[in-house]
Write a protein that binds this ligand. Structure first.
Ligand code: FPP
Length: 234
């Protein structure tokens, strides 16, 4: 099914696990950070395409709670890219009407990154063309643990309910992802949207993230459009 077809189902929220940056770089004899830079540059076209296809929320897994265990030089390089992104790319997204939000534990970042994040969120708060959610220092298990601790600290009565946990997730107003795409050929969730992705459809592709573009996004949406979602019912 082509997604130009008016009967095509377009996911409201697509999450992407952007994997394969380092393998993309290695294949070209480049350092890992060159792969991450290419990955950062791939974002723009994917955001534009998602918007054109009518996707309202696009969440991007940019840095997990586990990524701190990587080589310190690579971690520092990634932090440099976040700074660059906040400095150079926010204005363009704003001009396209995108609202940018960051989801994860921000207290791990330096003051400059935290200020950049707040400024980007503030600048784009009134936009509604597409919501771009960048997940940084995000881990699904940590998110659930944080929600439960928050309820305990408030003295919430037992038994704790699903609705109560949901209300304390990092961004409870964002609809659950309908479709989660993972590039780079691995078949794992890697701690992404553990709670929110309970009924997401998955799409895996071998393509490395820096090579992912409009055509691949269209293939993923077409695959989603052909699936029947039953949420556990018959
Ligand atoms: C996974 O590929 C990718 C990451 C851990 C980082 C993702 C970062 C970006 C796309 C660029 C920065 C983004 C922003 C918003 C500034 P990998 O390193 O695990 O690659 P591999 O599977 O080939 O080893």
């Amino acid at each position: 099914m082509s997604i130009d077809d008016s009967s095509a189902k377009i996911p409201v929220h697509i999450g992407i696990i952007m994997d394969g940056n380092r393998r993309w770089a290695k294949k070209r004899g480049l350092p890992a950070i060159a792969g991450h830079r290419a990955g950062m540059n791939a974002l723009e076209k994917v955001i534009d395409s998602a918007h054109k296809f009518g996707v309202k929320y696009l969440s991007l897994y940019a840095f997990s709670t586990e990524n701190w265990k990587r080589n310190p030089l690579e971690v520092e390089g990634l932090m440099g890219l976040f700074r660059l992104y906040l400095k150079n790319k926010v204005e363009r997204l704003h001009s396209r009407g995108a609202r940018i939000r960051f989801v994860g534990k921000m207290d791990a970042f330096g003051r400059d990154i935290c200020e950049g994040i707040s400024a980007a969120e503030e600048r784009t708060r009134g936009n509604s063309a597409i919501n771009v959610i960048i997940c940084v220092n995000y881990g699904g298990r940590q998110e659930i643990v944080d929600a439960v601790n928050c309820l305990l600290a408030k003295g919430t009565e037992c038994p704790i309910t699903e609705d109560a946990v949901r209300s304390k997730l990092y961004a409870p107003d964002i609809p659950d992802p309908d479709l989660i795409i993972r590039t780079g050929g691995e078949l794992r969730m890697s701690n992404f949207w553990l709670w929110e992705g309970a009924y997401s459809e998955y799409y895996f592709t071998d393509i490395y993230w820096p090579e992912f573009g409009r055509e691949e996004l269209e293939l993923a949406i077409s695959s989603f459009s052909e699936r029947e979602r039953r949420y556990g019912a018959s």
